[in-house]
Design a protein around this ligand. Structure first.
Ligand code: PLP
Length: 385
């Protein structure tokens, strides 16, 4: 009897992964890998981190789901915990399950709050694959088969202060940007660019959305990447790492946006369920308890320096990009094969943009792991075929 198959939408690594613990995963043959792919960054707190798993299991045995119509103790607790890591300005949150849903909510809330339609996004952005978020995602391959997308989205050049001033106007509902673009190639926003976006959105009374689904929650060396810049958004989207590996996302908004929403304006079945809320509380506990952002910053510095030293030893003129543990090496050509071949040396990584090999390791990688990454990379770069 033939079984059903997964629709073929992803390049395959040729591995069957059966187990994970912290920074490592194992295949069905017992081979161990250092995971610098982490499901596009989602396993930043490690795989099956016991400090995340144990509270989740406890909650699973207590109450798995309850809609927003009912109050819940786990939800009360996560709101308290979030107030420790969100700026005061972002005083409303709404939970969903995936990053793209958080972006959908951010776009819908912006239109409702401003009663305007225009959205400004940027080249090389990635905000998700559902029709609204896809409309703000730049890559033509992701967009073309699904047109017409939602109207009113305009793309500016990432890091162009000039575009910030020219494109954002009095019709703009919101500007959406990743402070560090992940899928688009690990592109770090310049301080001038984010400042210009903030200035111009204030001038035009439009909203500034920072999409930190990939770069948020400690990965870049601050709890939120925007904290490197001293610029606060009106709306923040977060996902991936915020549940410590459990699927949960949220949108956080300023008072004006939160209060513009009425009963029935938006909704979701699984968002804000007690298990997801428990996962976020547990993840925040790890984030703060282990000084995760500081660890990411320091380990990111070490890795960056070692990458640069290796590349210069091998006389390879490749740029190393990123912040904290959100790093990329620009191969100046498609590095898809390299991303997959790296597994032969016990390390998993993932492509970003057209030319970048991306490393998104969990925060607990140690100096031995860093040496492992370096020796794997050296073997990869000096391999003959
Ligand atoms: C910045 C950003 N926003 C949104 C998304 C969409 O998240 P999800 O795949 O959970 O829907 C991603 C996913 O990679 C992302 O990197």
């Amino acid at each position: 009897m033939s079984k059903v198959e997964i629709i073929n939408l992803y390049r395959k690594y040729g591995l069957k992964i059966v187990k994970g613990y912290m920074q490592y995963i194992w295949d069905d043959k017992g081979n161990k890998y250092l995971d610098c792919h982490t499901n596009y960054g989602a396993a930043f707190l490690g795989h099956c981190n016991p400090r995340v798993v144990e509270p989740i299991v406890k909650q699973l045995n207590k109450l798995m789901m309850i809609p927003y119509s009912f109050d819940n103790d786990a939800r009360d607790k996560v709101l308290e915990d979030l107030s420790k890591i969100l700026p005061k300005k972002l005083c409303y949150v709404f939970f969903q399950s995936t990053g793209t849903e958080a972006v959908e909510a951010a776009l819908k809330f912006s239109r409702k709050a401003t009663r305007r339609k225009k959205i400004v996004a940027f080249e090389h952005s990635f905000h998700g694959r559902t029709m609204g978020s896809l409309s703000t995602t730049w890559k033509p391959k992701y967009r073309e088969p699904y047109k017409p997308l939602i109207p009113g989205v305009i793309f500016g050049k990432f890091n162009s202060v000039e575009d910030a001033y020219n494109i954002i106007d009095d019709n703009t509902a919101a500007v959406i940007v990743e402070p560090i673009q992940g899928e688009g190639g690990i592109n770090v926003a310049s301080p001038d660019f984010l400042k210009a976006l903030r200035e111009r959105t204030y001038e035009t009374n439009s909203l500034l959305i920072f999409d930190e689904v990939q770069c948020g929650f400690g990965r870049t060396g601050r709890i939120w990447a925007f904290q490197h810049y001293n610029v606060e958004p009106d709306i923040l989207t977060a996902g991936k790492a915020v549940g410590g590996g459990y699927p949960v996302s949220f949108v956080a908004t300023c008072k004006e946006v939160g209060e513009a929403m009425d009963i029935g304006d938006h909704g979701t079945t699984y968002g804000g369920n007690p298990v997801a809320c428990t996962a976020v509380s547990a993840a925040i506990n790890v984030l703060l308890g282990d000084n995760v952002p500081e660890q990411a910053l320091e380990k990111g510095r070490v890795l960056t320096k070692k990458f640069q030293e290796l590349l210069s030893e091998l006389k390879l003129n490749f740029n190393v990009k990123g912040l904290g543990l959100m790093l990329g090496i620009d191969f100046r050509r498609n590095p898809e094969d390299e991303a997959i071949k790296l597994k032969d040396y016990g390390v998993l990584a993932v492509r970003a943009g057209e030319t970048v090999l991306r490393f998104l390791p969990p925060y607990m990688i140690n100096s031995e792991d860093i040496e492992h990454v370096m020796s794997a990379l050296e073997k990869l770069l000096t391999r003959k075929t």
